[in-house]
Design a protein around this ligand. Structure first.
Ligand code: TXA
Ligand code: MG
Length: 533
């Protein structure tokens, strides 16, 4: 199929686009938020084409775009007064409302939900197309599923050339992030996705607003959420994105310490001089958040390049439109956020090497100590999704909400592949919890983990340190500490990485090869050198 591009202000553009919609074809439409991949929202066959072109999961419903606020009565029922008030205040504009659906709306538009999302976009040509077609246009953002949204006709062409009949080119989208979504089907209005209409603006009209958990945290893939789209990986370039929070100077120091030639920095225009030597990509001005929302997706698309390994990103703070930018960027980063104002020390080493000496010192100086082994055991008591994931992979190992560790141990004991799968599950859960706890840290923290590298925790640390000790000392220590035999102690040590391995992985090595006092002094000197005490 040949994909045509017509200018939004072309004399026949709206009529040609409307004709395609009427015949159940696909048209990419401009809106003030992002481009949409549009089709006749009342026709199953037309809507099915959207899912195919986009590669979109079937359980993710679409937004119905209408030309006038009054049109929602054709597609929604039991419309509360709040919906009319919001429409009055913000339509046409970047706001989507979730309302009870009438039965004329096909199941594939709503993904089988009893509700439907509706929006009247602030884009003249698109409203004209809807009017001429005589049907609402169902349109998700016009990106391939999982990729950053499209904010120019070129982006759409890149993703859908040959798959759709027409792209209506309305230039770069003004807002740049997708619409704010509010669910009005419950007792209290609920924000499902932040966007160009801010929570503050909504509060002014509604006087009340619940923020859905999917807005602020990563959602497990099997979780039940109000907006199905919020649980999928979103907006993400292929590389790992890490948000570096904190002052400009501290963030620049943090990034400069780590950056390699394969990494990029996504920053504010004001910060360009700080990254002059590392090919930074600015996406707008921190002092003018609207430029950040308008520029974010184009920048994320530019960074969607397999030759880039990591992206260090700067994120605006505060409410208003910054809230929507934070939401998109945090999702692109899978909530991997480091605070450059903090110092997070990753501490690792084999059992019995003496990590606790350093950990105690850090705790004494007010540091937050995160013992990953303890966190894992706590999660086994409290984290249902962890238990479910273990039970799904190793059926019969969980009963009455308790993990049968002996049974699980016997399965993974002689099966390396199974052990690795178990590790993937447990490492992901521990990492998520560590990230959560680090959010409340201000200043100093230590992550204590024998699997600091396997568990992908080292990336959360500002420095990593290996504690090593002679093997015979370690054997004596763990025999005394855990009341185990010499043979058992030796076996445990042999099953772990060698001191050399830990030393080769870490930024620093502290050798615990003298008296307890010697080692204490070594640890103090180390913390002083890092300017921590
Ligand atoms: O700005 C926008 O809203 C753009 C432009 C094209 O209008 N559209 C857009 O569509 O962002 P999409 O499909 O990428 O995102 C729609 C979101 C998804 O997260 C979906 O799960 C949610 O809206 N959604 C749709 N219908 C829903 C419903 N009935 N209940 C809850 N969430 C719904
Ligand atoms: Mg989308």
């Amino acid at each position: 199929m040949q994909t045509r591009i017509l200018p939004a202000n072309g004399a026949d553009t709206a009529a040609i686009a409307a004709e395609i919609i009427k015949h159940n074809g696909l048209v990419a439409i401009p809106t003030e938020t992002v481009y949409g991949l549009g089709a006749n929202g009342l026709n199953e066959e037309a809507v099915a084409k959207i899912f195919i072109a986009k590669g979109r999961p079937q359980d993710n419903p679409l937004i119905l775009h209408v030309a006038d606020a009054a049109d929602i009565e054709n597609f929604c029922k039991d419309i509360p007064a709040a919906a009319y008030e919001l429409a009055n205040a913000f339509w046409p504009g970047p706001l989507t409302m979730v309302l009870p659906a009438r039965s004329c709306v096909p199941k594939c538009t709503t993904a089988g939900l009893p509700t439907v999302a509706v929006r009247c976009p602030d884009c003249q040509v698109t409203r004209e197309i809807i009017r001429l077609a005589g049907v609402p246009i169902a349109a998700p953002s016009a990106n391939i599923s999982g990729k950053p949204s499209t904010t120019t006709a070129e982006h759409v062409f890149h993703d859908h050339n040959g798959k759709i009949e027409l792209i209506v080119d309305g230039g770069a989208c003004r807002v740049g992030v997708e619409s704010t979504i509010v669910d009005l089907t419950e007792e209290r209005p609920r924000l499902l996705r932040p966007g160009g209409i801010t929570p503050e603006q909504l509060m002014e009209v509604l006087g009340d607003l619940v923020v859905d958990k999917a807005v602020t945290a990563q959602i497990d893939k099997d979780a039940v959420v109000k907006a199905p789209g919020m649980k999928y990986k979103h907006y993400a370039p292929q590389s790992e994105v890490i948000i570096v929070a904190g002052s400009r100077e501290k963030a620049a120091t943090y990034i400069h310490r780590r950056i390699t030639p394969n990494d990029r920095v996504l920053c504010f225009e004001e910060e360009l001089p700080l990254y002059a030597d590392c090919n930074p990509l600015p996406y707008g001005k921190e002092a003018d958040v609207a430029t950040l929302s308008a520029g974010l997706f184009a920048a994320l698309r530019e960074l969607d390049d397999p030759s880039i390994s990591k992206v260090y990103a700067r994120c605006p703070e505060g409410g208003g439109v910054a809230y929507a930018v934070q939401n998109r960027l945090k999702k692109a980063a899978a909530f991997h956020i480091v605070n450059a104002e903090n110092t997070v020390i990753g501490i690792t080493g084999g059992t019995g090497s003496g990590k606790s000496t350093l950990l105690h010192l850090i705790a004494q100086h007010g540091g937050l100590v995160l013992d990953c082994d303890a966190i894992y055991h706590e999660l086994l008591q409290s984290d249902v999704s962890l238990l479910n994931a273990i039970e799904d992979r190793f059926p019969g190992t969980v009963s009455d909400g308790t993990l049968d560790r002996k049974k699980l141990g016997s399965i993974v004991f002689q099966d390396d592949a199974a052990l690795q799968e178990l590790n993937l599950i447990t490492h992901a859960a521990v990492r998520k919890e560590v990230l959560r706890r680090l959010e409340s840290c201000s200043g100093l923290a230590a992550i204590d983990a024998i699997g600091l590298f396997e568990g992908e925790l080292a990336g959360l640390c500002h420095v990593t340190v290996a504690i090593t000790a002679p093997a015979d000392v370690r054997v004596q220590r763990i025999m005394a500490r855990d009341g185990i035999s010499e043979e058992y102690a030796k076996n445990r040590i042999a099953a772990q990485h060698s001191d050399e391995w830990f030393a080769s992985k870490c930024d620093h090595v502290l050798e615990n090869n003298g008296t307890a006092e010697d080692f204490q002094a070594k640890c103090i000197a180390f913390l002083r050198k890092l300017d921590i005490i």
